[in-house]
Design a protein. Structure first.
Length: 99
């Protein structure tokens, strides 16, 4: 079970990198983070719609202190909530959240 760590998020890579957790219900979405060479880190929830279209839903910026963004813990919690919606049959989460 591979999980994103704070150490990975704080590391500055040579090229933009995507990190993803592997502990979610298979087929019901996953927490991902984009770590850029400029120091920007953003969380996304990646899932598939009923038409098998892959969607990345932005969750927010990473902030280890949680003041100007999400901690890893809070991003993971939010992703698990979205995964539960997907598992319950809501396949277009972006549309569901905007309504």
């Amino acid at each position: 079970m591979n999980l994103i760590t704070d150490i990975e998020l704080q590391h500055v890579p040579e090229k933009d990198t995507w990190l993803c957790d592997a502990d979610f219900n298979t087929g019901h979405g996953v927490l991902c983070a984009k770590v850029s060479t400029t120091g920007e880190r953003k969380f996304y929830f990646r899932y598939y719609t009923e038409n098998f279209k892959r969607v990345r839903l932005a969750l927010g910026k990473y902030d280890p202190a949680g003041r100007r963004g999400l901690t890893l813990y809070s991003a993971r919690k939010k992703a698990r909530e979205l995964s539960s919606l997907h598992k319950a049959g809501i396949k277009n989460i972006r549309e569901h959240l905007s309504s």
